[in-house]
Structure formats: C-alpha cells, structure tokens
Design a protein around this ligand. Sequence first.
Ligand code: ZN
Length: 294
Amino acid sequence: MGRLEELLDKQRDLGAPTDDGKELAVSGTTLVEQVQDHLNKVDVLQAEIDRGLKSTETENHRLQYDVYSPKIRLLEDARDQLMRANVAAYEKERDQKKQEVEGLYLVVNQVKEILRFLKLETGKSVDINDDDLRTYREKSKEGLGYIFEDEFLKIKLFVIENDKPKNKYSLVALGRTIFTEEQLKLRFHYGIHAHAAYHFQLEAVLREGASVKELREWLQKQSQSKLLTDLKGDFDTVKAAYLDTLERYQVEDFRELLTDLCTCGYFYSIFDSMAFKNGVQTCGRCSNKMEKLK
Ligand SMILES: [Zn+2]
C-alpha cells in the first residue's frame, strides 16, 4: 500500500475532524481531488497576482510617463524661466553697481597712488658702492660701473664668480631706486649669487660666461638702450608721474586720510594695513615714534 492510500484509510477510520472542527475530507471528495482542486485554485490565484502586477505596472508607467511627466516638465520649465529671470535681473543690477563702484574708485585709487608717491623718500641716496656686494667664499668680483644714473634710480654692472663648473662668471645688473619693484614693474629679480648689503630692487643675471673677458666682449656688442629698456621697467613713466605729483601735492593735503605721521615725513594712511593699529606706531623709515592722528 502506498503512503497516500494509507493516509486516506487512516482518515476514513478516524472520521478525522480538523482543529477547527471541519472534516478534512468533504463528503464525496478524496484528498487527491482536493489537492488537485487546490493546486488549480493556486494556479488561478497566482495568475491573478501576476496579471495584477502587470496591470499595476502598466498603469503606473502610464501615470508617470504619459500623464504626469509632461505636466511636471511644464511646471519645471515655468519655474526655471522665473529663476533665470531673477538671476538675469540681479546680474544686470550688480553690473551697473559694479560700474558705479569702479567710477567711485577712480578718485580713491588716484589718491592712493599720490600717497604712495608722497611716502617715498625723495632725497634718499641710490648710490651703489662696489663694497655693497660681497661674494660668497672669497669668489672674485669685478665692478663694471654704472650703466644708468639718475637721482631716483641707479643701475650698476658687476661680474661675479658663481659656483658653476663651466660658465663660472655671471654678468649681473644691480639697481637701487626710491621706487618699489611693483611701481616700476621690474621684470628681473632672481637673487644673485652674492650677498647684498641692503635690498636691491633690481637684481638681474644678464649672462653667464667662461671668463670676465668673454662677458665684457658680449656686453660691448649689446645695444645699451635695449639693455636699459629691459632693466628699467616703467621708470621713465613713473618718474614723470612722481615729479608731477610732488609739484602738485604735499602730505598735508591729505592729513584727514592719515592715521600716523612721523616728523621724518613718513606716514600711514587709511589705506595701509598698519593703519588703525592701537598704540603709538614706530616709523617704518626712521624708527622714531609716530604721531597718532586717528
Ligand atoms: Zn620717521
């Protein structure tokens, strides 16, 4: 006897009520029939579940892509248009105001420039002594004299021995000026292979060569005006503007903009980073105590 038949027999004998009181075997149906019936019903239900999923997906796809996406796109377009218009309006206003600011700064920057000039030490010597330059480790040095001399800028040439094995000599130009490197827009500042007694605004290695003689000969062949044009930067223009400023203005004309003033003529103005510091300032030029104006 097979296992299933055994089971059916057992059930028949017992009249087998289930837990909830129902008889497992309904009159006239065998367990086999019930199993087949249940499996058929399961198939039907599963098919319904599958159809339900498919139709739900189809409907949701339709809602998302056919119904709502176009509406959302329209709304987004409308929103983007409004936002772009806002940005454009802001930028237009900003640019107008920036232009206004620039206009206002014209005078401010002009005065800044004047103050930069008035702060310079007019009478300061820009002489360069050969002794102001010391070579390292007893290397040789030869002064070739001034190539440019003005009360506000002097440029002197030297040949100094460097550390290289082959081109052992450097032809260098040193420049001293009352102006700053930035004012003159000096293109050369490399730091030469020697020790300077003070800050040179111009330090340029013009050429390197095997001997002093070779460098002297090279120098002879150069156009002096071309060399100077390269070395002097904006000196001529800046000097002219400086002299013009000195003729027209003096520090006292701008007293209201000054924060600290020294008897030597040096000062800090509202444009300086040193301005508005608490306490008495030490003069950046002569180290005396400055008068507090603001
Ligand atoms: Zn001073």
